[in-house]
Design a binder for this molecule. Structure first.
Ligand code: ZN
Length: 171
């Protein structure tokens, strides 16, 4: 399972709800967790593997969790600043301000609806992954100048790889 990087269209698209939690969805969630652990991430959203469906997985240290069709139904007025990184924007770490605690409604891998109250690092990871489902990246929530610098760097890299691939496919 390949993780797509900044510069890939699917990362910027709004994902669609999952109609039914089928065995296929369950298997995909399990595969996403495996990929997340392999890449030493704490969260992974479906758009990061090129699938624009509303699902993400998280393990910030308290065990694996699967969130399907999540909805944030409440957030604290209290804001906190924390450093974030992203498997789709490797090597970049920036401080982002977000609500300290959230309440989330979602289906788990068995299709069961659950409510999660999260604070601390878990609240942070969930909000980051939730953003992915709407095509939002953490760099959208930092200083504009810094964001543009990061985007330029990644687009240049993506362009180089594309032309390299083109060369390889030529006879
Ligand atoms: Zn991310």
């Amino acid at each position: 399972m390949q993780i797509v990087k900044l510069g890939t269209e699917t990362l910027r698209e709004k994902s669609v709800p999952i109609q039914e939690v089928t065995d296929e969805i369950k298997a995909l969630a399990a595969e996403m967790l495996t990929t997340m652990y392999k890449e030493e991430g704490v969260g992974l959203a479906a758009p990061q593997i090129g699938k624009n469906i509303r699902m993400f997985v998280v393990d910030e240290g308290s065990g694996p969790r699967v969130f399907i069709n999540p909805q944030i139904t409440g957030m604290s007025q209290e804001l906190v600043e924390m450093e974030e990184g992203c498997l789709s924007v490797p090597g970049i770490y920036e401080k982002v301000v977000r609500p300290a605690t959230i309440r989330l409604q979602a289906q788990n891998e068995n299709g069961k609806r659950e409510i999660t109250e999260a604070s601390g690092f878990l609240a942070r990871v969930i909000q980051h992954e939730y953003d992915h489902l709407d095509g939002i990246l953490f760099i959208d929530r930092i200083n504009e100048t810094k964001k543009e610098r990061i985007e330029r760097k990644f687009l240049k890299k993506a362009g180089k790889e594309a032309s390299k691939n083109k060369k390889i496919s030529q006879p």
